[in-house]
Structure formats: C-alpha cells, structure tokens
Design a protein around this ligand. Structure first.
Ligand SMILES: C[S@@+](CC[C@H](N)C(=O)[O-])C[C@H]1O[C@@H](n2cnc3c(N)ncnc32)[C@H](O)[C@@H]1O
Length: 202
C-alpha cells in the first residue's frame, strides 16, 4: 500500500511517481524526497548566505531544488539520470535564470567553471554510502565550494569522518526519517554539515 505524505504537507510529487510505478535506479542510490517540509528544514539548516550560489548534486524530482530556489538562492542542480530532465525543467522553470540544470555525472562537470567563490553544497546524496562519500569528496575538490549541508547514509558520513586525507570536517546536525523518501531509504540517514579543516590544495 502506498504511504501517505507526512501530516501537514502537500501531496508530494514522489508519491505520484510511486503510484505510477516509476522504476527508480538503485545503482544511482535513487530515493525521492516526499515532503516539502523536510526540504524547507534542510534549507533552513544550511544557513546559505543571502543571494548565495548553491550546488545541488542529485536533484532527482526537484523537491529540494525548488525549495532552494524559492528561498532566493541561485541554484545549480546537477542530476545524472536523463529521465528526470523534463521533470526538473518543469519544476524549476518558474525560477528562470536563477536555476540552472545540468544533466550529467557530477564527476564529469567542470565545477571550477560553474561555481562562484563561496558557494554552498546542499544535497541529498545517493543512498549508497561509498558513492555518496565519493561525490562529496569530488565536489569539495573545487576550492570555490566552502561549506555543505548534506543528507547521506550514516555509513557514508562515517567514511568521510574516517578519511583524514579529505581535509573535511563533518558534523552531524540532524536526522531525517527513512520514510521521508520514495522508496524508503535502505539504511539510517544523517544530515551533516561539512566544512574544510584545511584550505583546498588545488
Ligand atoms: C537520494 S536521491 C535524491 C533525489 C532528490 N533530492 C529528490 O528528493 O528528488 C540521489 C540522486 O542522485 C542522483 N545521482 C546519482 N549519482 C549521481 C552522479 N554521479 N551525479 C549526479 N547525480 C547523481 C540520482 O539519480 C538521484 O536522483
């Protein structure tokens, strides 16, 4: 039976996709956020500088993306799955030039060209611990990114904490329910704030 969105939230796009039996890609750690309230809570937590640029890796159906753009930020949404392109264009069209979409593996994107100095990462990373940690490390390879607020599996966060060579400081700031996603997350999730513990070597 299809689960209902949390009390008080608008019907979620993720639930429409669930009802239509959209085949999610497990290999991409694909789980879609079901509640705009959770998206707003993440954006509040991210403490994005006014008018600042945000990169979102794994924009999915655009629920978090639209909340970031609606908060007045300039958004760069990167999503690998080309099946989601038209959905993202439709969802973010109202924000015009303030929301840019790139459909590609973020590891193939020239981040130094697209990011401005002082940018923030706000993302729900793929729910696959090794992939999530690898993507965070990759994005922080750009010296233009200064901080992040990321949802990821607890194991992925642990991998980052253990990796001293990454030069990242990772702090748990919140939790988020596995049932907030379609399909539900396969393991416990963390909301973590990420900063550099030393300057980027690039
Ligand atoms: C946990 S889902 C988050 C989806 C989105 N935030 C939402 O709620 O609709 C992770 C997303 O990351 C995308 N993804 C996986 N690997 C990626 C990569 N290398 N580059 C960009 N996006 C990727 C997946 O296709 C998926 O949409």
């Amino acid at each position: 039976m299809q689960q209902s969105p949390p009390l008080g939230s608008a019907p979620a796009l993720a639930d429409d996709y669930a009802a239509r039996g959209f085949p999610v890609r497990a290999d991409l750690g694909q789980h879609f956020l079901r509640s705009s309230e959770s998206a707003r809570r993440l954006v509040d937590r991210a403490e994005i500088p006014s008018g600042g640029q945000v990169i979102e890796v794994g924009a999915g159906l655009g629920t978090l993306s639209a909340t970031i753009a609606a908060a007045g930020c300039r958004l760069w949404a990167v999503e690998r799955d080309e099946r989601l392109q038209s959905q993202l264009e439709q969802r973010l069209g109202e924000f015009g030039g303030r929301a840019r979409i790139t459909i590609d593996d973020v590891r193939r994107v020239d981040l130094d060209q697209g990011l401005e100095a002082g940018s923030t990462l706000v993302s729900i990373m793929p729910f696959a611990p090794v992939l999530a940690a690898a993507l965070v490390r990759h994005v922080f390879g750009s010296p233009r990114l200064v901080r992040g607020l990321v949802v990821m599996p607890v194991l992925g966060a642990d991998l980052l904490v253990a990796d001293e060579a990454s030069g990242l400081r990772v702090e748990e700031v919140d939790g988020i329910a596995r049932e907030d996603f379609y399909p539900p997350a396969p393991s416990v999730l963390r909301v973590v704030a990420i900063e550099r513990s030393r300057p980027c070597s690039k």
